[in-house]
Design a protein around this ligand. Structure first.
Ligand code: ATP
Ligand code: FE
Length: 372
């Protein structure tokens, strides 16, 4: 099965071709056109500008993706497109484009939930079997999911306010560091002492997997102003220590909540270890373990990764992080999620609607007029 996938739900326009043959998935091409420069002057993504850019870039991305794969539309078995959640203008542009291509070439159309794309990525990259635990941690999302099947997701909890990526970006802004904030804060933190400035660990006193990150931003602002008042300005070391303290707090929260999520995964399957173990190959040959997989740009953070790896080691679980290019927004994951849906009979008609909101546990693809 070969699918063309389209993604345009945020600030990246993307198209990709993915093939599943003899049980092995292969990414034949993956084109991503970002909009960093377009939105740079505005301090955030401007929805109208994003939508217009998607309209302009989608055709080119599709052409490029097919070219790089050395294939044409006739070689496709279907078209997958992000139908939500996301910025509605961009999602609509993608859905329109996909409908045009599907109708024109007489191909099946499969609407995909963007979050399902992220959640199913470890199956594309590592052929992971169900079930597994997914921590989706990006600029716009933060949630724990049990991934049970191509359209079966159980949400265990998530952020009740900001996403961690957003908190990293705001931290960078408050400290005069460049955007995107994550890599900048991580680099700065390398020279910092994470213990000098105390940051809270929000919601750790509460049971479950819900998280909160907006308080960290407030704590950062206060600590920054205190440091500035003391010395009349922010020293290089102050900034490094602030970044390190903030980053350690995010890592601690994600680690502790991951520990709980792994426990909940076990409980969801009656603590039947066999039911939650998936096979994987390592230096000792084939082994079995429950898996915590991550997706989203924040998964690039090495301190956060190390913290999650430690949690998995302690819990006898395996930590799996797909290559960064596939952790952030891309269309290969959409093509793949389309293939997964298609294989279990998922199809959409020309009434496929773009949805700004689309919780993963309501997995059925949206119809026009639904979800209002
Ligand atoms: P969505 O939430 O829809 O996936 P997004 O574009 O905001 O959209 P991603 O592209 O997955 O999310 O990730 C971008 C976010 O990841 C940004 O907020 C960025 O600061 C953060 N990020 C990137 N690298 C790092 C890092 N090394 N440490 C922490 N955060 C990082
Ligand atoms: Fe995303």
């Amino acid at each position: 099965i070969t699918f063309l996938g389209l993604e345009s739900s945020c600030d990246d326009t993307a198209a990709a071709v993915v093939r599943l043959r003899d049980g092995r998935a292969e990414i034949l091409s993956s084109v991503v056109a970002g909009q960093v420069a377009l939105h740079a002057d505005f301090g955030g993504v401007v929805p109208e500008l994003a939508a217009r850019a998607h309209v302009e870039k989608l055709d080119l991305c599709v052409e490029e993706a097919l070219d790089q794969a050395g294939l044409t539309l006739e070689n496709m078995d279907g078209i997958a497109v992000t139908a939500g959640p996301g910025l509605i203008g961009g999602v609509m542009a993608g859905v329109m484009c996909a409908k045009g291509l599907a109708a024109g070439a007489g191909l099946p159309l499969v609407g995909v939930n963007h979050l399902a794309g992220h959640a199913l990525t470890p199956r594309l990259t590592d052929g992971l079997a169900f079930p597994y635990l997914m921590l989706l941690v990006s600029g716009g999302h933060c949630q724990f999911l049990i991934v049970r099947g191509p359209e079966e997701f159980s949400r265990l909890g998530g952020t009740i306010d900001d996403a961690p990526g957003e908190a990293f970006d705001k931290t960078a802004k408050l400290l005069g560091l460049p955007q995107p904030g994550g890599p900048a804060v991580e680099a700065e933190a390398r020279a910092g002492d994470p213990r000098r400035i105390a940051f809270p660990r929000p919601l750790l006193d509460r049971p479950g997997c819900d998280m909160s990150f907006s308080g960290l931003k407030t704590a950062l602002l206060r600590a920054r102003d205190a440091a500035m008042a003391e010395a009349g300005g922010l020293t290089r070391q102050d900034r490094a220590d602030l970044c390190a303290g903030f980053q350690a707090a995010v890592a601690d929260v994600l680690a502790e909540k991951s520990r709980r999520a792994l426990k909940l995964l076990g409980e969801a399957y009656g603590n039947d270890m066999e039911a939650i173990q998936t096979p994987y190959v390592n230096q000792n040959g084939q082994e079995y373990a429950p898996v915590l997989a991550v997706a989203g740009g924040v998964a690039a953070n090495s301190v956060i990764r190390a913290a999650l790896e430690r949690v998995c080691d302690e819990a006898g679980a395996r930590f799996l992080a797909p290559p960064l290019k596939l952790c952030t927004d891309n269309a290969a994951m959409i093509a793949w999620a389309g293939i997964e849906r298609f294989r279990i009979g998922g199809r959409d008609g020309m009434d496929l609607a773009a949805r700004p909101r689309w919780p993963l546990d309501q997995h059925a693809a949206p119809m026009l007029g639904a979800g209002k």
